[in-house]
Design a binder for this molecule. Structure first.
Ligand code: SAH
Length: 248
């Protein structure tokens, strides 16, 4: 008996595109993604590529017209419905380049709905390259099978974030100076949530007070050791996903 080949082929490259996907839709690809498919993955006409646009699930598409530097793919069937994304935002202060990139990559893999950069007083970095962060989110989503890209917020100042904090979302505040034990705090506050993580230098006392004054704020401890900001962001997200998100 001949084995039925897997559908979609397990080795199919996976790519995020801007074009809205649907049955029979032609998707032109050029620039870096085309280079990746043509020169790195060495795709051939009729090969299958998996595509997602962030809103229409995942589609298998066939390579149609292929030139040196660009190609056209044609959607042939939907391979995944749009994913359900747990209602979790990661709000974190900008930190040094490689470290904030790591947060973006891991946040996407762990399933966050939104990554929100927040400027705090002790941040050592006050500018963020949102295009670069977006590229890290895209790459992680391609790699980990997500069909939805996390939303990437423009950087906001801490006081503005707090002033406009929605009253239907918990704000778990990772306070290195102490808070409720994480496990109990998460179990006691199910539902839509965000985590707020400080920069390398932590929050200053006035910021700490302002955060704690928000009605939905829940100050939490991530244990007796001081974690680096990126570790705190990744660990807190994993803990939320375990107790209140979609790892249950
Ligand atoms: N330099 C600061 C630590 C900053 S750690 C100091 O020495 O106090 C960066 C951020 O990670 C903190 O602002 C906090 O949001 C989070 N964090 C790190 N360790 C933590 C812990 N044990 N409990 C709660 N939050 C923690």
């Amino acid at each position: 008996m001949t084995a039925t080949p897997a559908w979609p082929p397990q080795s199919a490259p996976r790519l995020h595109v801007e074009t809205q996907l649907g049955d029979g839709v032609a998707v032109p690809v050029d620039g870096n993604p085309a280079h990746y498919l043509i020169s790195v993955m060495r795709v051939k006409p009729d090969d299958i590529i998996l595509l997602f646009d962030g809103r229409s699930g995942e589609w298998a598409a066939r390579v149609r017209d292929m030139r040196k530097r660009d190609l056209v793919l044609e959607c042939v069937s939907q391979t995944k419905a749009p994913e359900e994304v747990p209602d979790f935002w990661l709000c974190c202060a900008p930190i040094k380049k490689g470290r904030i990139d790591l947060i973006a990559e891991k946040a996407c893999e762990l399933g966050v709905a939104k990554l929100q950069p927040v400027l705090t007083r002790r941040a050592v970095v006050d500018k963020l390259n949102l295009d670069r962060l977006h590229a890290h989110l895209v790459e992680a989503a391609e790699q980990c099978g997500r069909t939805a890209l996390p939303e990437l917020g423009a950087m906001v100042k801490l006081d503005a974030l707090l002033r406009e904090w929605p009253d239907d979302r918990w704000l778990f505040f990772a306070d290195e100076s102490g808070g409720e034990p994480l496990n109990e705090a998460l179990r006691a506050h199910p539902g839509a949530a965000a985590f707020l993580i400080g920069p390398e230098g932590g929050f200053d006392p006035a910021e700490r007070e302002a955060i704690r004054a928000v009605g939905k704020a829940v100050p939490v401890s991530l244990g007796p050791r001081i974690l680096r900001a990126e570790t705190a962001a990744i660990a807190a997200t994993a803990a939320w996903m375990t107790l209140n998100g979609d790892w249950r």
